[in-house]
Design a protein around this ligand. Structure first.
Ligand SMILES: Nc1ncnc2c1ncn2[C@@H]1O[C@H](COP(=O)(O)OP(=O)(O)OP(=O)(O)O)[C@@H](O)[C@H]1O
Length: 533
């Protein structure tokens, strides 16, 4: 038998209700190798084409390694003392450097080879860190910002933003010296998940917290609520607190009932006075929250690969356009008038390029904007079309990126190449299997992951027409008969348009087919968000 102090030490390390489920967010190895592969493929095969044909001048600057490596961000917000810092400590199984009770600053808790604190001023000018945009909030804010780095398997997959506890009552009138809600908005835009934390023991929504919640408008999809310290009250009180919290939230957000609420108690060492009557419920809820954290790196990695696929296709078309315009230029005289003529009838030139190289019209840039960009250059200075550079991009698109997609782990297993390769020619049609019943529930739809893609289609009044959705669904590589069925199921109000919920459901159905599952003949009612029935 070990000594008492040994026993206490090991207990301190694992004294949590759910250390096993916490392990589920340790997937660093697989994601790390996918991200490394993505950087290699982009730097070796896609970036040379971008630089040769000045993609930056017409679209956006080349991606840096830190753009590709950027980890999903989890923003934690709540009144003072609701347990934000303790939750981070629970997940990391240790304190982050510079943490203390009564956080008075924004802290980005990030992975690093050694423990260190980087003051806000230094962090905001460090090109290796994604915080240069914070300079606009000035010195008053930067002196209240820090980056805390430490080695941690969890931080290899995500970055946490700990925020100053929001004050209540008279104390909230203390002037922070910077615009708190604008800073929250800045982080909310960049976050992949926003966790609003409440204390079951001491429910409070101050005016400053209300303003901060208001500033999350437009990011509702990312917001999750945690009713923390849930074992500090008994079951009956917990029910009352839950109701009171939803009532208070209802006054701040219009539809709090659609936000996912988790119960939890993320302590380091179980307080002596903790109640045990809701233990199983709290454990199950915590597991759900950890699952949604676990999915973050996976979703972020898929999104990054998809973004690079889109970028590579756009860059390839860009190279064909630039090479074509260069080829059309006369060797000696009449360069200026030829350039003007080419710009004038650029739509016809686009059509020629599209037909000659069998390109998708959806990969072409906006005509008018491209014309404006062209006016800044002399076509004779453009590079000739170099087939070997294009071949490299084709290689990235047809070999590297599909392979990386297959290497992304799904839950506890790696995905077999045929199961969810969105680039494959045809879907896996044999070996159909039934997906679990909870797959057919809107709560299983990962809406957050489709939002960038949906917004890129420029919705009008929140809707996108079928003509714009079609090419996106076609990109899944699924058979058009199946896609037609998916469209019919997802466009449940049959108006020929999709809103973000419907598009998310369509993508969810596509994923089911790609994973070898059967899609239902009729859309299960649970797949339609309650507010839309
Ligand atoms: N699950 C829990 N059960 C009981 N007590 C808890 C729990 N989590 C945290 N606490 C206690 O609540 C207090 C505040 O915790 P913590 O510092 O993590 O909150 P915070 O939200 O980061 O606060 P601030 O915003 O003021 O920095 C600490 O005394 C901590 O021990």
């Amino acid at each position: 038998m070990g000594s008492e102090s040994e026993a206490n030490q090991s207990q301190a390390k694992i004294a949590t209700p759910n250390s096993n489920s916490r392990d589920e967010i340790y997937y660093s190895e697989e994601y790390h190798s996918v991200i490394e592969g993505l950087k290699r493929s982009y730097n070796d095969k896609i970036k040379p084409l971008e630089t040769t044909y000045n993609f930056e001048g017409f679209h956006s600057p080349p991606l840096t390694d830190s753009d590709i490596e950027a980890k999903p961000i989890v923003l934690l917000m709540g009144q003072y003392s609701t347990g934000k810092t303790t939750l981070i400590k629970h997940l990391l199984e240790k304190e982050y450097p510079g943490s203390h009770v009564g956080t008075d600053r924004f802290v980005a808790v990030m992975n690093g080879i050694e423990e260190r604190v980087i003051p806000g001023n230094a962090a905001a000018v460090n090109r290796q860190l994604p915080f240069q945009g914070l300079n606009k909030f000035g010195q008053a804010f930067l002196s209240r910002f820090q980056v805390s780095q430490l080695p941690s398997p969890v931080l290899e997959n995500m970055t946490f933003i700990d925020t100053p506890g929001i004050l209540a009552g008279d104390k909230q009138r203390i002037d922070r010296g910077y615009n708190f809600t604008e800073v929250v908005e800045w982080f909310a835009e960049r976050a992949d998940l926003i966790l609003l934390i409440f204390d079951s023991h001491k429910l409070d929504i101050s005016n400053e917290f209300k303003l901060a919640i208001h500033s999350l408008r437009g990011h509702e999809e990312k917001v999750r609520i945690l009713l923390n310290k849930a074992d500090m009250v008994d079951g009956q009180q917990l029910m009352r607190v839950y109701g009171a919290m939803m009532w208070s939230l209802g006054k701040v957000v219009q539809t709090p009932e659609v936000m996912r609420v988790y119960l939890g108690s993320f302590w380091i060492e179980k307080p002596r006075n903790a109640f045990d009557d809701c233990r199983l419920l709290i454990e199950a809820e915590q597991k759900d929250l950890l699952n949604s954290l676990r999915d973050l790196p996976r979703n972020a990695t898929i999104r990054k690969i998809n973004e690079i696929v889109k970028r590579a296709r756009l860059a390839k078309v860009h190279a064909y356009i630039i090479g074509h315009l260069k080829k059309e230029m006369p060797a000696m005289f009449g360069k200026t008038s030829k350039q003007e003529e080419l710009i004038e009838k650029l739509d016809k030139e686009f059509l020629k390029i599209q037909q000659r190289h069998h390109l998708a019209p959806g990969d072409f840039p906006n005509l008018e904007r491209f014309k404006q960009g062209l006016n800044l250059y002399k076509f004779e200075k453009f590079s000739n079309l170099k087939p070997q550079i294009i071949e490299k991009v084709d290689d990235a698109l047809s070999v590297d990126l599909p392979k990386l997609m297959t290497e992304i782990p799904q839950g506890n297993k790696l995905i077999a190449p045929t199961e969810r390769n969105p680039f494959s020619e045809s879907p896996r049609t044999s070996e159909k299997y039934d997906l679990p019943p909870d797959y057919w529930d809107f709560s299983a739809v990962n809406k957050q992951s489709i939002i960038p893609q949906f917004n890129a289609m420029k919705p009008v009044n929140g809707k996108v027409p079928g003509t714009k959705i079609k090419p996106v669904l076609m990109e899944t590589g699924l058979d058009t008969v199946i896609l037609a069925k998916i469209w019919n199921l997802s466009d449940w109000d049959k108006d020929g348009y999709m809103d973000s919920d419907q598009f998310a459901v369509a993508m969810h159905l596509c994923k089911a087919v790609m994973a070898g599952g059967e899609i239902p003949e009729e859309l299960p009612k649970a797949m339609i968000p309650e507010r839309k029935i």
